[in-house]
Structures are given as C-alpha cells and as structure tokens.
Design a protein around this ligand. Structure first.
Ligand code: HEC
Ligand code: HEC
Length: 291
C-alpha cells in the first residue's frame, strides 16, 4: 500500500515538472514576442525597414558631394541632352528626358527617382535578373532606337552614378508610389478614328501634324521616334503616360481618349528594333539535369 502511494507521488511530481517547464517556455516565448513588438514601435532598425515609406525628394545634381559631382552632372546632361552628350549611342531625335522629364527627377513623368534602390530585379523580357545598367541599355536600344553603351563606358558609368544619386535615401526594394502603372485598368478598346481626332485637336500643335515633332515637343512616330521594340510602343504604356502627363503640365484627356490616341499613334510607322547585343541572357553555367 505504502509503496503504491510513493509511486503515485513520484508520477505526480514528474507530471507537474513537465507541465511547469512547458508553462515557463510558453510565457517566455510570448514575452519575447512582445518585446520585439515594443522595440519595433520604439523605432528599432527592423521597424524602420518595415514601416519606412519612400519619400519623393530627389537631391539636385549640383548638390552631389565633390568626389562624384562631375560624374553626376554629366549623367544629368546625358539624360536631358542625350544626342549632344551620348550621340554615338542615339539614332533618333529623343532625349531620355522626353519620357523621363527633367532627367527622371520629375514626379509627373516616368520618374527615375529611387530606381537605384529597386535593382537588380527579375524581368520577364530577359527571363533573368537584370541590373540597372542592363535595364538602361534597353532604353538606348529601343526608346532611343540606338546602340547599347557597354558597362565600362563613360556614358553608362555617369548615368549609373547619376541615377544612384537621385535615389539617395530611398530604402532598398521599397515600393515606389510614383512608379508608372503598366495600364489604366480600363477595358475600353482603342478606336483609331476617334484617336485621330484627339491627335489633331490636342497633340498636333506641339508634336506636329505628322507626328514629326516641333521645337516644342519631340516626335511621336517616324524616323525620329522610338522603335517598335520600345515600352512606349505598347498601347497600355502609351495610354497611361498620355492620360497622366499629356499635354505636358496640363493633362486633360479622359482615359478613353488616351486609349484612342494611343491606338491611333500605334498604327503609324516607326523604326524597327534591331538588337545590338544579346537580348536573352543565355544560360552560362549549365545546371544539373533534373531527375
Ligand atoms: C520613348 C520614351 C522613353 C525614352 C526616350 C527613354 N525611356 Fe527609359 N523607360 C521608358 C519606359 C516606358 C520605361 C518603363 C517604365 C516602367 O516600366 O515603369 C522606361 C524605363 C527606364 C528605366 C527603368 C525604370 C524602372 O523603374 O524600372 C531606366 C533606368 C530608364 N528607362 C533609363 C532611360 C535612359 C537612361 C534613357 C535615355 C538613354 C531612357 N530611359 C529613355 C521610356 C523611355
Ligand atoms: C503643350 C505641348 C504638348 C502637347 C499639347 C502634347 N505634348 Fe506630348 N510632350 C510635350 C513635351 C514638351 C514632351 C517632352 C518632354 C520633355 O522633353 O520634357 C512630350 C512628350 C511626349 C511623349 C514622350 C516622348 C515622345 O516623343 O515619344 C509622348 C508619348 C507624348 N508626349 C504624347 C502626347 C500625346 C498623345 C498628346 C496629345 C494627347 C500630347 N503629347 C500633347 C508637349 C506636349
């Protein structure tokens, strides 16, 4: 009888011990979760990363630190007067600033503020992860109907330093609220005849009756324009851009008008895209065969 009581007492103690240890670990884990939460509210580095919003306030090129200022200034000039400063890579009448207004420093355009913080990035066009230099080469070959400058050229290096400078203070891989959406999300189908009217009434006075450009605004089609491989040659991209930013400084179209005029311009002739370097990045290191 006595032996059995001792046995039960032992079992009970063991159970209590196990329960006690579990209880302790339970409270410790909730305690530590709480502490992290409190630290985040108090502004720990982790909290800063998860809460920080990118803030649109690009520094001026002329305010760059002395050791990079010349390079930043040259990058800015290449953006705004591309033919003059990077003529050997350009075969049309556009500048980077024709689409990335004020060297990409304008919020009311395809802004490049923060772009330095969002690469390398996967792109389906290359089916590969591309860096910002490779992305820039694409705009030379397509938007500028030109030739891709090599990574170690003065032109490319200055552009990279410039784009990093105007991305100062933007947390890496943050989602930029000012990035251009890929389409308007409007199901309207482009009507080319209506688009022709919009063009004649609204666009022609700056971009020219024949889309050839004027001293006020760059060409929209023809030899002086972007080629058929450019992002702007997509009706979706063209219509978002036009609806948001055109006429420059006084956008006024309805979404339907923007889609119609995009359809109209899309039918016009323009240079054909010719690749000047490998577009798809081929597999360099053979991967082991899947079983
Ligand atoms: C005809 C219009 C046009 C011209 C000219 C142009 N671009 Fe672009 N650029 C675009 C479009 C459209 C995109 C894609 C925007 C998007 O996907 O958000 C783009 C994207 C870019 C990007 C990547 C931006 C990002 O957020 O991923 C870079 C970098 C860039 N351009 C640099 C340049 C440079 C440098 C030049 C001049 C050599 C240039 N572009 C000329 C239209 C143009
Ligand atoms: C008040 C003059 C003005 C009017 C009107 C105007 N634009 Fe523009 N547009 C400009 C200027 C200027 C630029 C180049 C911006 C720069 O260099 O800073 C531009 C650039 C563009 C670009 C990108 C560069 C290129 O040439 O491919 C497109 C696309 C465009 N405009 C479409 C249109 C469309 C479509 C309309 C009519 C709905 C229109 N614009 C009306 C002044 C105008």
């Amino acid at each position: 009888m006595k032996k059995r009581n001792v046995f039960f007492a032992l079992v009970l103690t063991a159970l209590l011990l196990v329960f006690g240890v579990w209880l302790l670990s339970f409270f410790r884990s909730t305690l530590s979760t709480k502490r992290i939460a409190v630290e985040q509210e108090a502004g720990s580095p982790q909290a800063a990363l998860s809460i920080a919003q990118p803030f649109f306030n690009p520094p001026r090129p002329e305010d760059a630190p002395e050791n990079i200022r010349a390079e930043v200034m040259l990058g800015y000039k290449i953006m705004t007067e591309t033919k003059k400063y990077a003529g050997e890579y350009v075969k049309n009448d556009l500048s980077c600033s024709s689409c990335h207004f004020d060297g990409g420093r304008s919020r009311n355009s395809i802004s490049l503020v923060g772009v330095g913080a969002t690469y390398p990035r996967y792109r389906s066009r290359q089916d590969y992860t591309v860096d910002i230099a490779m992305r820039t080469q694409d705009c030379f070959e397509r938007s500028m109907n030109g030739v891709a400058p090599a990574l170690d050229t003065q032109v490319m290096q200055s552009l990279l330093v410039y784009m990093q400078w105007i991305s100062k203070g933007i947390p890496i891989y943050s989602k930029l609220p000012w990035a251009l959406p890929s389409d308007l999300g409007n199901p309207h189908k482009p009507n080319v005849e209506d688009g022709a009217k919009v063009y004649a009434n609204v666009c022609a006075r700056c971009h020219g009756e024949e889309g050839q450009g004027t001293p006020i605004a760059p060409p929209l089609w023809g030899d002086g324009s972007y080629n058929d491989g450019a992002g702007m040659n997509r009706i979706t991209t063209f219509s978002v851009f036009t609806w948001r930013f055109m006429p420059k400084n006084a956008p006024s179209l309805t979404q339907e008008q923007a889609i119609d005029v995009a359809g109209f311009v899309h039918e016009k002739p323009r240079p054909k895209f010719v690749s000047t370097h490998a577009d798809k990045i081929r597999q360099i290191i053979p991967l082991p065969e899947e079983k």
